[in-house]
Write a protein that binds this ligand. Structure first.
Ligand code: DGL
Length: 254
């Protein structure tokens, strides 16, 4: 296995983490990235949390063996299930997780009405419950689980009649009513067009990709680990088919 010491590993259950990778590339184009999507085991969001934890730990162990300088867990579901254990097991590696961008929503819309669209595992987790209780006094927070949406994004159908059919009953009741909808799963920004068509343009769509990228930059800078020169992206996927790699590349370039 090649060593990739100066690489930032970006991990997701599938192609969703590309929405975070794109933000990383925007602010740190000179870095080298290994993007790994575990599409063979996707979706994570409807599995028992224990399975998500163990899949995430297994993927991280493979990155660590290859030697990386930082790990971005670009998956809300995997972060919810495993971030504590990851940090405990690899205290010397920079590890950044992602969580639903509720803080940003509350800052922008104090005493507003904010929906959180995420996977069932994320919404049932301890981390989300802490976020919810921290901000519920400032905002009305409405958790909206969207099982099935990540699968459509994995199938290249993020904005399709199928995604519209899945999202319509979940979101139509809030059309024009919410101040913001937090996209609490990294797959969902790819379905933004359909989500916005249902909710109307007045409802702001917020996600944690940019904040996660900024936090990664800050941590690397503090550790003196930013690099300069020509950047690079390596894409790997546990399915490994040409089609899956092509979809990933496509989303990176979108
Ligand atoms: N992309 C993942 C997240 O941010 C979850 C998708 C899945 O269910 O696998 O939560």
């Amino acid at each position: 296995m090649n060593r990739i010491n100066d690489y930032i590993a970006v991990f997701d259950s599938g192609v969703g983490g590309v929405s975070v990778l794109r933000q990383l590339l925007k602010i740190m184009p000179e870095e080298r990235y290994l993007y790994f999507g575990d599409s063979a085991n996707a979706p994570y969001g409807t599995r028992p949390a224990e399975e998500v934890r163990s899949l995430t730990m297994a993927a991280a162990a493979r990155f660590m063996e290859r030697g990386i300088k930082a790990l971005v867990v670009a998956c809300n579901t995997a972060t919810a299930a495993a971030i504590g254990e990851l940090r405990q097991k690899y205290p010397d590696t920079i590890i950044i997780g992602i969580e639903p961008a509720l803080k940003m929503a509350v800052n922008r819309y104090p005493s507003g009405q904010v929906g959180v669209l995420a996977t069932p595992v994320t919404l049932a987790g301890e981390k989300f419950s802490q976020l919810f209780h921290r901000f519920e006094t400032d905002c009305e927070i409405i958790p909206i689980p969207a099982p099935g949406l990540a699968e459509l994004v994995e199938a290249g159908k993020a904005n399709s009649p199928q995604s519209r059919q899945l999202l319509e009953p979940l979101l139509a009741p809030y059309a024009g009513k919410l101040d913001a909808l937090v996209l609490g799963c990294t797959h969902y920004p790819f379905a933004e067009q359909t989500i916005s068509d249902i909710l109307g343009e007045r409802v702001a769509l917020l996600d944690g990709g940019e904040g996660t990228a900024r936090e990664t930059r800050r941590r690397l800078e503090n550790a003196g680990l930013l690099r300069s020169g020509k950047g690079k992206v390596i894409v790997e996927n546990s399915i490994g088919s040409a089609q899956m790699l092509a979809l990933t590349m496509d989303l990176i370039e979108q």
